[in-house]
Write a protein that binds this ligand. Structure first.
Ligand code: C2O
Ligand code: CU
Length: 539
């Protein structure tokens, strides 16, 4: 059993984020691991499986656009299915759930201004892979165990197509979403969002990439085709029979646990994969698809986790390009966050380069010998990211993030602004207005907070006095704003809210009016009340 104390220590490292040597990702920390019952993934042979690359989806035809029935738009059909796959050469086949029968599911490529329809078909069995906790909101015993609804994370999507958590459907049914694609090039992803069981559906494998393209991106001359590689990261633990281990609490009838940290980090569904590359630039589209793990990622010529990272350039955050490529050797990605990165293997011909976190080696790139033609470039500037001025904001909402624990320090429930899912909607921004949301973290965890529909900018992250706040509800800042990473200066849709900090974002509520959600993207938290509806009004 992980203890609160351990969690506290892990997350304390955020307070010294500069000390990059501290471990943050639990990875092999192994607190939840009961030895003997789980596969020791760290002992598996390294780099014996090739990195799988997800297929690109093709439309199944055309259908009339819901916006304009005279217009035909591409129509895709993706079925969620149970399937078996090998996560590693030496591990028996694992049962997963996946869109199109793969995990990650096939990549959808969309173009700005070219709408499309996806029919998401639930063809899953009636029994869940993992135990459902019927004490959680929306997952009561009168609900079917297997329910799904698909959300396009980062999509500027109308409310009826956004995958509202209560709009789930069961095996044999499907839901069709209309994606207008009126937004800038960015790496989005689709995943399950069913009320009270999102963590289980995601752990089973229901996720895939959705790459939005546009003309601006075409003009950048970035590496493309085989030189653009999606890397979907998530961690899982496995049983010796190869099946995914889903941790349970041990409380009778209430199996929910507050976090899922797996023993192995998979890339595109493989443990310790390798990928052969040429000595040239590559564009890596990274997604942290984990339920609860944050990763401190780096590349190095030395597989040891303490080695100094190679320089690479981050060119995009969740919602599109940064203003300019940002050189760095460390990238922090929380659950739901994405990064668009250029890594140049030119100086590494004939060598091996490793992707690693600060606690685990993740994958290997085998760089071919000699020289490679590389017509791609990293432009000096990308897309301007005009800063939203605080003066544009109509209102500042102060929103707490809190974790209510029992006497043993185990989480019972986690709330946003002290409110449960079913309480009246309190966040009602007006369409096209700008607001500042100020997240006050009262917990000892980092929480990746995500708003549907919108893109936003991070204003700042500042330490405050938690004790004073708890006694008086007064905010006393205890230090200057912490430095934001270069990738945090771009357009975001998910923000890391660190313990004992107040993190402020500025958001323009554009696109659609209607009911959406905002929530913590640690899926265990989201499923236990750390999610709230919000309504964009036309008042
Ligand atoms: Cu990626 Cu509401 O989720
Ligand atoms: Cu959380």
């Amino acid at each position: 059993m992980r203890t609160t104390r351990r969690r506290f220590l892990q997350n304390m490292t955020w307070m010294t984020a500069a000390a990059a040597t501290h471990r943050v990702h639990a990875g092999h920390a192994g607190g939840a691991i009961v030895s003997g019952q789980l596969l020791d993934t760290s002992a598996l042979a390294r780099f014996v499986d090739a990195l799988p690359l997800a297929a690109l989806t093709k439309p199944a035809g055309v259908r009339p656009s819901p916006d304009n029935p005279a217009l035909q738009v591409p129509y895709y059909r993706l079925a969620m299915r149970q399937f078996e796959t090998k996560v590693h050469r030496d591990v028996p086949p694992t049962t997963f759930w996946g869109y199109g029968g793969s995990c990650p599911g096939p990549t959808i490529e969309a173009r700005h201004g070219k709408p499309l329809l996806v029919e998401w078909a639930n063809e899953l069995p009636h029994q869940h892979l993992f135990p459902v906790d019927h004490t959680l909101h929306g997952a009561e015993a009168d609900k079917p165990d297997v329910r799904t609804v698909v959300h396009l994370h980062g999509g500027r999507t109308g409310p009826e197509s956004d995958g509202y958590p209560e709009n789930w459907f069961v095996p044999g049914q499907s839901g069709t979403s209309y994606y207008p694609n009126q937004q800038e090039a960015a790496g989005l992803f689709y995943h399950d969002h069913a009320m009270g069981i999102t963590r289980l559906n995601a752990a089973a494998g229901l996720m895939g990439l959705y790459l939005m393209r546009d003309e601006f991106e075409d003009g950048l001359n970035l590496p493309k085709g085989a030189y653009e590689i999606p890397l979907v990261l998530f961690d899982r633990s496995f049983r010796p029979d190869g099946q995914i281990h889903d941790p349970v609490s041990g409380k009778t009838g209430a199996p929910w646990v507050s976090e899922y940290y797996g023993s192995a980090i998979l890339v595109n569904g493989k443990i310790f994969p390798y990928h052969e590359v040429e000595p040239r630039k590559y564009r890596l589209r990274l997604l942290n698809g984990s339920n609860g793990s944050f990763y401190r990622l780096g590349f190095s010529a030395d597989p040891s986790v303490a080695s100094t990272g190679l320089m690479f350039h981050q060119i995009g955050s969740e919602q599109g390009f940064l203003a300019a490529p940002a050189p760095m050797n460390l990238l922090i990605l929380g659950p739901g966050e994405r990064a668009d990165v250029i890594l140049d293997f030119r100086g590494s011909a004939g060598r091996e380069i490793f992707l690693r976190t600060n606690v685990a080696t993740v994958m290997q790139f085998r760089v071919g010998p000699g020289k490679s033609d590389d017509p791609s470039t990293v432009p000096a500037t990308l897309r301007p990211v005009p800063r939203l001025p605080e003066s544009a904001s109509a209102i500042t909402r102060e929103l707490t993030i809190a974790d209510y624990q029992d006497r043993l320090g185990r989480s019972n429930v986690m709330l946003l602004n002290g409110a449960h899912w079913n309480m009246p909607v309190t966040e009602k921004p007006v369409l096209n207005s700008t607001e500042i949301w100020s997240f006050i973290n009262l917990t000892d965890d980092s929480h990746p907070i995500h708003l549907h529909l919108v893109r936003f900018q991070i204003l700042d992250r500042r330490p405050f006095d938690l004790g004073v706040y708890q006694l008086t509800k007064k905010i006393v800042l205890t230090g200057p704003a912490m430095e934001l990473a270069a990738g945090e200066m771009g357009w975001k849709d998910t923000v890391r809210v660190d313990p004992m900090t107040i993190t402020r974002i500025i958001v323009k509520f554009e696109g659609f009016a209607g009911k959406y959600v905002w929530h913590c993207h640690m899926l265990e938290h989201e499923d236990n009340e750390m999610m709230r509806p919000y309504i964009v009004t036309t008042a």
